[in-house]
Write a protein that binds this ligand. Sequence first.
Ligand code: ADP
Ligand code: MG
Length: 717
Amino acid sequence: MPAAKAPAAPTKSLSEPQKALRKLGLVRDIDLALHLPLRYEDETRITKLRDARGGETVQVEGVVTDNHVAFRPRRQLVVTIDDGTDTCQLRFFNFYPSQQKALAVGTRIVARGEARGGLVGWQMVHPTTRAAGAPLPEALTPVYPTVAALPQAYLRKAVLSGLSRADLSETLPPGFAQRLGLDPRWTLERTLHFLHHPQPDTALSDLEDRSHPAWQRLKAEELLAQQLSQLESKRERDRLQAPALPARPGGLHEQLLKALPFQLTAAQRRVSEEIAADLARDVPMHRLLQGDVGSGKTVVAALAATIAIDAGWQCALMAPTEILAEQHFRKLIGWLEPLLAPRGLGVAWLTGSQKKKERGEMLARIASGQAALVVGTHAVIQDQVQFQKLALAIIDEQHRFGVEQRLALRSKMTAGGSHPPAEPAPAKAGGGDPSTYAGREPHLVMMSATPIPRTLAMSYYADLDVSTIDELPPGRTPIVTKLVADTRRDEVVERIRSQLAQGRQVYWVCPLIEESEALDLTNATATHEQLSKALPGVMVGLLHSRMPVAEKKAVMDLFTGGQMGVLVSTTVIEVGVDVPNASLMVIEHAERFGLSQLHQLRGRVGRGAAASACVLLYAAGENGRLGETARARLKAMAETADGFEIARRDLEIRGPGEFLGARQSGAPLLRFADLVMDVQLLQAARTLAPEMLDRHPEDAERHTARWLGGKSDYLKA
Ligand code: ADP
Ligand code: MG
């Protein structure tokens, strides 16, 4: 049974620290017990000044021999103490009269702070002080992660009382601790008591490097909770019903394959088969389709769509930006219209910027089922959009969408029309009424060009099935990546000239300035002017996120059509743009971008047969050098073109938060386990989770409730 919730008091009556506790998610006793110290302070000992070392934090005890307020260089209280071996000056820049009194000459005090050795003897700036005489603590003092409104002392009390009340009984079935590679003597109860009150003989280094058996126990439990909750949501989904969509021999699917101007790669064929196998089942598919930029995910999506359409259903494809949605629309119309038109079906298109009349027509076609495929932006999930019979939803660049948006797309099926599909799928025992949509879910494919490192797929994405396109279409020449100092801009312009002379096109991406979109713009505008001047007779375009959609579209059309030689843009081109004739990508202030983002940008070139290059322009800092992380990132980019390798390094540099993007906003990130360090534990937890759920369902439930409380729902979308 999970620990009892704290009484739900109305927020108004909560004190500031209580509110802060809630904000930190510290509500139940167990939440408090699992809030672990960031570090420890050793207050168990008094150091003699004679033995102190400069720079060390020490606790000293002595008698105050002097107490005065000095005014130079600024007003401060200066108190001198003597411990019999040496003296030490304590300096306070902010002080209260009460403090001044408490440190009166002749008082015996304990002071704790960083001892600095100077010419004038020992000093401590802003030490903590108290009257001597109280017994010293016997354990190390935990220091908890906290926020301003929550004083350390208050939090410490709350944590310790939570710890004393929380139910810490064993949730691991017999033998599981050993199978997780743990020392079974370190139960959760012992672990938590130890980490909150470590004995003074514990080496601080053991506690800090997280290799201690207590830490192993915590990490393993946390990973197991994550695996259990995802497995549960996967099983819940398996109990839902979706229309079964078997591919028909000689059907649309085969017709599209024949009509394509290229052969699928082996990887594309494999993932298409994986998707087709899922579609044929009457259980909703939840599949992540990942493949490096340019690996050809769109055609795989189109093939999946043809299967749904052939079975008499509708398919929706949602993309995060208008540019991308439109590009998909064009491509898909080209591939599919000739096949759909003879059947009286077509492809519809929905965006926010659409004219009212056009939109009305599209909505009508969608509602009637004439639009067999609907391509669009977020507009696809708005209320007015009513599908007649949606069976397959495809989301491109899935990490750019939030949980709610994905849920909204899934709900389009149930909220859709009341017309039964031509051939309803047979109902499962206890399933919904086969003649209506009740209880049905569409199949879902989520596409991502940011490959998810294996460990991440095994942890946060464990509830999804993953298909990976691990091969690029043939004939692509590898992109050469060069790091060039910003001071050598002229040479880069030379390079652009030579590409243009060969009939090629060039992207120039301007830096992202997080704090200010306006600054982004100034920079892009200036670069645009500069390049226009430097390249007379060449059409240089400018694209940024603040432009009206129609204008963006006009610029993009000129670039796609080949009339425009150079496209200067802010990062709006980041996702999915496909112009095979572009052969040079210049990224200005590359040091400001993340690795995955750089990789995506670089993937805009090298899409045709021409040799392509990516120039990473970097500006050194004021000291003439590049920061260490920035250097590591840029070096990684120059060294490898493999999206998975880059994603792995990115995970190492930045941690999982950024990868997860909107998917997990509000979801519990792993607090203790580390996906780079703890792969073995992760693997063990993954193996044990199904067994625990099958054979020890009550333990499993207690375990996830303890670790995830009410938070596990976030993981299910
Ligand atoms: P991404 O996976 O980044 O979305 P796209 O689907 O945009 O990639 O495909 C990139 C380009 O490669 C497109 O021009 C597409 O038509 C082309 N393409 C896809 N598959 C193949 C293939 N098997 N052979 C040749 N070209 C392909
Ligand atoms: Mg794409």
